[in-house]
Write a protein that binds this ligand. Sequence first.
Ligand code: HEC
Ligand code: HEC
Ligand code: HEC
Ligand code: HEC
Ligand code: HEC
Length: 219
Amino acid sequence: MRQLFAPGADAILRLVLLIVAVLVVGGVLVAGGVSRSSYMYGVGVAPSQPVPFSHKHHVAELGLDCRYCHTSVETAATAGIPPTWTCMTCHSQIWTGSSMLAPVRESLANDRPLHWVRVNRLPDYVYFNHSIHVTKGIGCSSCHGAMNTMQLTYRANAFTMQFCLNCHRNPAQFIRTPDQVWNMEWSSPLDQAKLGRLLVLKNHIRPAAQLTDCSICHR
Ligand code: HEC
Ligand code: HEC
Ligand code: HEC
Ligand code: HEC
Ligand code: HEC
C-alpha cells in the first residue's frame, strides 16, 4: 500500500488536517463572536420566575409607577426589588384565589422573601449607579427597553462595554427632559441634537474624555 503514495504524502496529509482544524476552530470563534452580542447575554429570553409577574399588566394596564416597586432607583445605586408586602397591598384583596399568586401568599405567611431570578447583571468588576443616570435625564427604556410591554421580564440589551461607551461618548443623543425619563416609548425628537446639547450643559454632564475614563466604571 505504502508505494501508492509519494514519499511526502504523510506530511501533506498532516498539513491538510492542520488547515482543516484551523478553519474549524476559526469558524467556531467567529460564530462565537457573532453570538456574543446577544445570545451569550440572553437578550430577549425571559428566565422562569417563582411568580409570572407581568410589567405589561401592572405598568401599562394598571398604570403603576416604576417607583411604586423600585423605590430606590432615584436615590441609590440599585433600583430595588419590591418585598412581598408591596404585592400584598393589592393581592390580599384582589385575585386572592389565584394559583399563580400562591408563592406570594406563602412568602408572606412564612416570612420568607420570594427568590426572583436576576435578569440584568453586570460582572463584579463593573461599577454602576442608577440614581445618577435617572436624575441626569437617562430614561429606563434606554437600557431596559419597553418594560411596559413585557409579559415576562427579559433583557432588552446586552450590557457590553461598547453599549455603555456608545452613550458615554455622546450622551446628547439620548438625554431627556425629566418628565420623559419614565416614558417607556420615548424616541428621540427631531430636535434631539439641539435639545441634547442644552440638557448636557444644564445637567452638568462631564465631557466625554472624563465619562469614558476607565476608572468611572472600573474602580
Ligand atoms: C408592581 C410592582 C412593579 C412595578 C410597578 C414595576 N416593577 Fe419592575 N419588577 C418588579 C418585580 C417583582 C420584578 C422581579 C421579577 C421580574 O424580573 O419580572 C421586576 C423586575 C424589573 C426589572 C429587571 C430586574 C432584573 O432582575 O434585572 C427591570 C429592569 C424593571 N423591573 C423595570 C421596571 C420599570 C422600568 C418599571 C416602570 C415602567 C417597573 N419595573 C415597574 C415589580 C415591579
Ligand atoms: C396596585 C395593585 C397591585 C399591586 C401592588 C400588585 N398587583 Fe398584581 N395584579 C393587580 C391586578 C388588578 C391584577 C389583575 C390584572 C388583570 O388581569 O387585568 C393583577 C394580576 C396579577 C397576576 C396575575 C394573576 C392571575 O391569576 O391572572 C400576578 C401573577 C400578579 N398580579 C403578581 C403580582 C406581584 C408578584 C406583585 C408584587 C411584585 C403584584 N402583583 C403587585 C394589582 C396589583
Ligand atoms: C444607563 C442604563 C440604565 C438605566 C437608565 C436604568 N437601568 Fe436599571 N439596570 C441597569 C444595569 C446595568 C443593571 C444591572 C446592574 C448590576 O448588575 O449591578 C440594572 C438593574 C436593574 C434592576 C435590578 C437590580 C437592581 O438594581 O435592584 C432593576 C429593578 C432596574 N434596573 C430598574 C430600572 C428602572 C426602574 C429604571 C428607570 C427609572 C432603570 N433601571 C434605569 C442599567 C440601567
Ligand atoms: C444612554 C446613556 C447612558 C448609558 C447607556 C450608560 N450611561 Fe452611564 N452615565 C450617563 C450619564 C449622562 C452619566 C452622568 C455623567 C455626569 O453627570 O457627568 C453617567 C454616569 C455614569 C457613572 C458615574 C457615576 C458616578 O457616581 O460618578 C457610571 C459609573 C456609569 N455611568 C456607568 C455606566 C455603565 C456601567 C453603563 C453600561 C451598563 C452605563 N453607564 C450606560 C449616560 C449613560
Ligand atoms: C461606561 C462604563 C465603562 C467604561 C468607561 C469602561 N468600561 Fe470596561 N467594561 C464595562 C462593562 C459594562 C464591561 C463588561 C462587559 C461584559 O460583561 O461583556 C467591561 C469590561 C471590560 C473588560 C473585560 C473584557 C471585556 O471586554 O469584556 C476590560 C479588560 C475592560 N472593560 C477594560 C476597560 C478599559 C481599559 C477602559 C478604559 C479605556 C474601560 N474598560 C472603560 C464598562 C466600562
